[in-house]
Design a protein around this ligand. Structure first.
Ligand code: GLA
Length: 387
């Protein structure tokens, strides 16, 4: 399938730039996080899968001293002299993810030559499926070409690009998953040690992402705010135990002991993070035991915690979750990603997927006047060259 897509991308590249060009094609996947939300920047655990839906970059040297990128999806182009990448300034649009990554590579003394890039992504923007990390990591592997860089370094430099250039104080989950994704398995990432473990999922379950088709504006500022509130919780706990460096260092038992000393809002945020990290470990255990009922329960507990303690859900998403969990064959449902819209992720018995789609789709359409999109998510491989 990827090869077929690669051919289409090559044809589009020739169309746009030069008919005789022989570009290389690279891909990096989107991701759906199964559990462990907003735990990554608190150095806890996350449990995502990489998706088949991916961002593709076709690249060929141009010999011009310019780095040029054309997005097929936005029908927009940028071009920047290679010499001035180091001093580039953000433009607050899609080019930030590309130029931000190029800039990180240059800062790491990696050689970038004049090149043309054609970019096409299948990961829907604003869906909580990490279209930005897919674009960053696809750009990184395309610009690196055959130059060697450790895979973890690629994830970290893509994350730096997002924080420093695109201005989002994100954790490592999305870029890490785009790099380390694996067919047939979820990745349990320890965001403190930056190590991971692949965990096979039970065979008899479908993972369905449901796109609410809404993305509330509040999201970006609330993300910054949550990062700060977690920092405030850590500060309050440090007054009791100076060894606590992040919420990862706070066990559920210790949290119960110290919670009264944390101001109300940071306490609520910390409660989500501390128990969500524990839920990742419990979920991995349940997945290994193929206990779908337990996995489903943890999904719903995670959602309620995001809804009431972390306060990052929204009406449309709660409607999707509350409707889904009443449908036959649904083990669990929760919001996935940064919040305030985007997708839910659902564990559904394979025989019930069709009914799940038609009933949930109809209910949502009736309530909100728009049709949600459904994605059948199968764990796919991480970034690499496809041609
Ligand atoms: C966004 C960020 C991630 C992570 C999630 C929430 O996707 O990019 O680093 O914090 O939100 O789990």
């Amino acid at each position: 399938m990827a090869l077929l897509r690669a051919e289409t991308i090559v044809a589009a590249f020739r169309d746009r730039f030069r008919p005789e060009a022989k570009p290389e094609v690279y891909r990096a996947p989107g991701r759906v996080n199964l559990i462990g939300e907003h735990t990554d920047y608190n150095l806890g655990y996350v449990f995502p899968i990489a998706l088949e839906m991916a961002c593709y970059v076709a690249i060929a040297p141009s010999g011009s001293g310019m780095l040029r990128g054309y997005s097929k999806d936005f029908d927009a182009e940028f071009s920047i002299p290679v010499d001035s990448i180091r001093d580039a300034q953000p433009r607050r649009d899609w080019t930030d993810y590309v130029i931000g990554v190029a800039r990180e590579l240059v800062k790491d003394n990696i050689r970038i030559e004049g090149a043309d890039m054609l970019i096409h992504s299948e990961v829907p923007v604003g869906s909580g499926l990490s279209s930005s990390a897919a674009l960053e990591v696809a750009t990184a592997v395309a610009l690196l070409g055959s130059q060697d860089l450790k895979r973890l370094e690629i994830a970290l430099l893509a994350q730096r690009a997002e924080i420093q250039f695109a201005g989002v104080p994100c954790g490592i989950m999305d870029q890490y998953t785009a790099v380390f994704g694996k067919e047939g398995a979820a990745i349990q990432i320890d965001c403190k040690s930056l190590e991971h473990e692949y965990v096979p999922l039970p065979p008899d379950v479908a993972i369905i992402a449901v796109n609410s088709m809404v993305k509330h504006e509040l999201g970006a500022s609330a993300y910054h705010q949550r990062v700060k509130e977690c920092g405030a919780a850590v500060e309050a706990i440090q007054a009791i135990d100076a060894d606590v460096k992040s919420l990862r260092d706070v066990s559920p038992e210790f949290f119960v002991e110290v919670q009264e000393r944390i101001p109300a809002i940071p306490r609520q945020r910390a409660r989500h993070v501390v128990y969500e990290t524990q839920r990742v470990l419990d979920f991995a255990k349940a997945a290994r035991a193929q206990d779908l009922h337990e996995m489903g329960k943890l999904f719903v507990a995670s959602h309620r915690s995001m809804q009431y303690d972390y306060e990052i859900s929204c009406e449309e998403i709660d409607f999707l979750v509350d409707t889904a969990i009443k449908l036959p064959g649904v083990y669990g449902s929760r919001m996935t990603g940064g919040g305030f819209g985007g997708c839910t992720v659902n564990l559904v018995a394979p025989g019930s997927v069709a009914e799940f789609g038609s009933r949930l789709g109809a209910a949502y359409q009736e309530r909100y006047g728009k049709r949600p999109a459904f994605y059948d998510c199968r764990p796919a491989a991480g970034a690499g060259r496809v041609s």
